[in-house]
Design a protein around this ligand. Structure first.
Ligand code: 3H9
Length: 655
């Protein structure tokens, strides 16, 4: 048979009696109504054709199926529904085998689960990431997965949304055999099992699991959920699979899926999903090709520079680290090697990748070694003179087409760029610490930055696995500017009568992993104090200024490191300190403020508004390109709960 077309996106061709059905629905072969239609038509054809003994289902391109079409979520559902398609596959009289050529996610994984066998290729992965979208699997994932892998592994996968690679899938019982050519192997398997009793996932008994292990797996998921509903719901449904019939479990799952799909949490997480895909896309970069980057120079190999080096090395680049002395260079190399070792220990990196990374690293005390670099990132002390001296020097060392990036947090990169002969090649790359772990990177588009320099910085950050957000030049960029407004508002409320612990408790109950005063204590109070002292002369005397943080620092309370800050840590954990309470009361009295009570709702609402107002100012000033970029910065750099969508989303649609 020549290739048959079952719908716009589904085709099939018969190979030695097996109908190979290919889903071709770019970009990710999502299960749109047309794909579901095509699958049904292909099954009709296979059932009616006596010369077809079985079916293999695969995806065109590098993805098997990326899941349900998330863009259809807000629209009325269209038949055939995915659960009905999967019911048809599971009960099909002829074998249907999944040839998993790439990622099988969400509904894509559920298609594979409903098949009578699963053959992953080497690039395949299986995952039920629905909880990351605030929902649960809605086409049998929570019921069929535990029948194949057992309750504890299914709790882990559905509760965290984690994907598994072919080897782990095979170990868990999710994959039958890993194949270099999954389509050929799946067709082979279909032929081999044709005419024999088929292994229908829904008919399998859920393996009995040790209660303690199930409880431990549940606890692990719930402890990370922090107020988000979907992980707990996914776990509940998986556990129900052991107690309910397939039919009952599927009905319960479907009802939960529909309820959560329409929830605020799901809307927020969908917003985050599309925000991440939109980030870094700028009209002005349309058609601008990034420059090629192979060798990256990193000046300064302290904690930040070493973190950047690790992220750069593990992304496959050559790195030339530069320090001022041979001793500092040796220490920098050790620091980087230590971080790579840690990544191996924690399973984030293979030992082979660590060795390859180290082989691509040199750390020297001679800046002249930066001559071949395509991109040089400075991560030296955040002082304007230090940085401008360095950039002037680099200007004379690097090639004319090399890019210079500054990792400054608070200085004005335009001022740094202005001291160079070619400000158009200067860009900001503001990594967050630890730079090898944190995804967020603010890419600062300076006044003179050339478009291809910006495009290169974005492409580079993406290659590092980062989430790059473009921002214009402003004090503290997007994140620290919003954080300052957030902190200022929290301090106003404390001065007006809220206790720091009440503010923190309200934020933590709302979903932040840590309240703002606890975060400040973690970060240390002395840097902000030094900055306030520097800026004291420039302060507008009419502007409200809360002295309490200064009083804390004057009392030697610099935060967690010093054992005391907004809280006392002498017992090993944070405790309310009567001395701080007294200090706050004194400060209020000095200003004649009569303290009043604040409800948790008011605390959260005022802090959200402060963040959103500052975000609106950033948009009006053209510093941020879109509101969703601001949301991503706060979620990925400042602990804002993703399932609330970020400050701009949360204040635009308050609960
Ligand atoms: C589900 O399945 C529910 C079921 O249980 C129940 C059903 C009843 N739909 O990420 P990329 C777009 S829930 C629509 O840059 P990559 C994306 O917006 C779903 N669109 O590519 C982007 O568009 P644009 C569970 C989607 O190669 C483009 O594709 N599945 C979908 O880096 C490229 O995306 C998931 O949660 C979708 N499902 O990574 C998986 N997915 O170019 C979500 C992507 O206009 N997807 N798009 O900006 C992913 O994790 C990644 O996209 C994937 C590819 C790993 C597949």
């Amino acid at each position: 048979m020549a290739a048959a077309r079952f719908s716009e996106t589904v085709t099939g061709d018969v190979r030695d009696g097996v109908l190979v059905v290919t889903i071709d629905n770019p970009p990710v072969n999502a299960l749109s109504a047309d794909v579901r239609d095509g699958l049904m038509a292909a099954l009709d054809h296979a059932e009616a054709s006596a010369d077809i003994v079985g079916v293999a289902v695969t995806g065109a391109g590098r993805i098997f199926i990326g899941g349900a079409d998330i863009r259809e979520f807000g629209k009325p559902p269209v038949e055939p529904h995915l659960p009905d398609v999967l019911d048809r596959i599971e009960n099909f009289p002829k074998p249907v085998i999944a040839a998993v050529n790439g990622a099988a996610l969400g509904g894509g994984c559920e298609v594979a689960l409903a098949c009578h066998g699963r053959i992953p290729g080497e690039k395949a992965s299986f995952g039920l990431p629905e909880v990351k979208l605030g929902i649960v699997p809605g086409a049998g994932g929570t019921q069929r997965l535990p029948r194949l892998v057992g309750i504890p592994a299914a709790i882990d996968m559905t509760g965290t949304g984690r994907s598994v690679k072919p080897e782990e899938a095979a170990r868990l019982g999710l994959a039958d055999k890993i194949a270099a050519d999954p389509v050929a192997e799946a067709a082979q398997l279909a032929r081999a099992v044709a005419g024999t009793p088929l292994r229908r996932t829904g008919a399998l008994t859920v393996p009995v699991a040790d209660v303690a292990i199930v409880e431990a797996a549940t606890k692990k998921v719930l402890s990370k959920a922090r107020g988000q509903a979907s992980p707990g719901e996914a776990v509940r449904l998986v556990r129900a699979a052991a107690e309910m019939s397939l039919k009952g479990g599927l009905a319960e799952e479907r009802a939960t899926f529909i309820r959560l799909r329409d929830s605020r949490e799901a809307a927020a997480l969908r917003h985050v999903f599309f925000a991440e895909r939109a980030a870094g896309k700028l009209d002005k970069l349309e058609g601008v090709a990034p420059r090629e980057v192979k060798i990256v120079g990193i000046v300064g190999t302290g904690l930040m520079g070493a973190g950047i080096a690790v992220a750069t090395l593990t992304a496959g680049y050559r790195v030339v680290g530069v320090e001022q002395t041979a001793e500092a260079a040796a220490a920098g190399r050790n620091r980087i090697a230590g971080m790579l070792d840690k990544a191996v220990e924690s399973g984030r990196l293979s030992a082979a990748s660590r060795d390859e990374s180290l082989a691509r690293l040199t750390v020297v005390a001679d800046a002249a070694e930066l001559t071949p670099a395509d991109l040089v990132i400075e991560a030296v002390f955040d002082d304007l003179t230090v940085k401008t001296d360095l950039f002037r020097k680099l200007d004379g060392i690097v090639r004319a087409d090399a890019i210079l990036a500054t990792n400054t947090s608070y200085l004005n990169p335009d001022e740094i760029a202005a001291t160079t002969a070619h400000p158009e090649r200067v860009v900001g790359l503001h990594f967050f610490s630890p730079a090898n772990i944190m995804r967020l990177t603010e890419v600062v588009d300076c006044k003179a930055t050339a478009p291809d320099v910006l495009a290169t910085a974005l492409a580079f950050a993406k290659k590092l696995g980062k989430l790059p957000i473009v921002c214009g030049v402003t004090e503290g960029f997007i994140g620290n500017r919003i954080y300052s407004a957030y902190r200022r508002e929290a301090e106003f409320m404390v001065e007006d009568g809220a206790e720091p612990q009440e503010v923190d408790a309200a934020l933590e109950a709302w979903g932040f992993p840590m309240g703002i005063f606890t975060v400040n204590d973690m970060a240390g109070l002395e840097i902000a104090w030094a900055k306030r002292k520097r800026q004291a002369a420039m302060r507008d005397p009419k502007e409200r200024y809360v002295e309490i943080p200064d009083r804390l620092c004057e009392a030697g309370r610099f935060g967690r490191k010093s054992g005391r800050g907004w809280y006392d840590y002498s017992s090993g954990h944070r405790a309310v300190d009567p001395q701080v309470t007294a200090l706050i009361e004194t400060a209020r009295a000095a200003k004649g403020i009569v303290p009043r009570r604040f409800s948790s709702e008011e605390i959260v609402a005022r802090l959200l508004k402060a963040m959103a107002d500052e975000g609106s100012a950033l948009l009006a000033e053209g510093i941020a390109a879109r509101a969703s970029d601001i949301d991503l910065v706060m979620i990925n750099g400042y602990g804002f709960p993703a399932y609330k969508g970020g400050p701009m989303f949360a204040s635009a649609s308050p609960s």
